[in-house]
Write a protein that binds this ligand. Sequence first.
Ligand SMILES: *Cc1c(COP(=O)(O)O)cnc(C)c1O
Length: 378
Amino acid sequence: MLLVGEPSLGEPEKAALSRVIDSNWITMGENVRAFEREFSAEHGVPDAVAVNSCTAGLHLVLAALGIGRGHEVLVPSLSFVATANCVLYVGGTPVFVDIVGANAPVISVADAARKCTSRTKAVILMHYAGYLADREAWRGFAEEHGVLLIEDTAHAAGVPGAGTLGDAAVFSFYGNKNMTTAEGGMIFARDPDLLRRIRQMRGHGMTSGARERLDARTPTYDVTMLGWNYRMDEFRAAVGRVQLQSLSQWNAIRADLARSYRDALAEFCPDVLVPFGNRRGVSAHHFLPVVLPEGADRDAIMARMGNAGVQTTVHYPPIHLLSFYQDRFPSLGLRKTEEFARRELSLPLHPRLGYADVEQVARALADALVPRAAEVSS
Ligand SMILES: *Cc1c(COP(=O)(O)O)cnc(C)c1O
């Protein structure tokens, strides 16, 4: 089975894990701090805070920015549910924004402007499939409306400029992302004071961590703000440091494969749209989205491709249509998001694939698009 995504792990990760065991220091120590420095350097920012997931990181960012009850946060509905859940964690209200369209399935500046109110405090941008949102447009928007810019950079690790568009950004190292620590995340913040607050909130709001108390021989600590336990451990950080060394190479392979996909799909499936056709270079190519022709039976196509040994998924069921959110926002409609989500299909894309696999997937899709006689008559 060709999987939509899979991690690349091997001997260097095993060796790194062994070294952590041998060191006998297993949570937040040298590896976590080194991972923060190396990951931020890779993206050209001064520092970062590692956490145990992107979701936890988004929660910390909103809390540290003082977003809470009575505040609205603009979010895409075409995203993973965590992008909206984090707003509810702090008592705020997510306001769902429609996408630009099938060729640019990212939140629309125009719709965001329509949904801005005096209560709007921030907008969360999500770099769908790894394509960075428009920096100039969103900076202009933030300035004009006086709102904070937060990036959900879960898809965009390793893209130059990712995590530097706005006030804060959170990456994910979940198992299916471009680099992984199994579970984990990383926070950037433009304001060093904000990053310091986030660092303290990550560890219960305590003024020092266990390692610092040992090193400084100061047994006591104070708690000066509400915090959580969102720490990363040494095992994950050690794996992350190894993975980071391959990230740019893996992203280059992904870019090559994405280019091959565009050629193969143009040849075998000319009726299928590949979004972002005008922006091929600037992406982490986290997955390969396509938009099926109007009226295509996506469930049947996914089943046929599965039979041909090709896994496919959907990015994403719109958040506002998930039961929990539909109960809270029953009358909300987002025409373009809903239309896109009905027709979108994500194809396998990861560094372990080759060009022959890409051609196999494109041929399988071409086959699956043509209903077979037996199925038509049944
Ligand atoms: C994976 C993902 C998340 C959540 O990341 P975790 O590290 O699993 O919490 C959030 N947003 C988007 C867009 C994602 O793809």
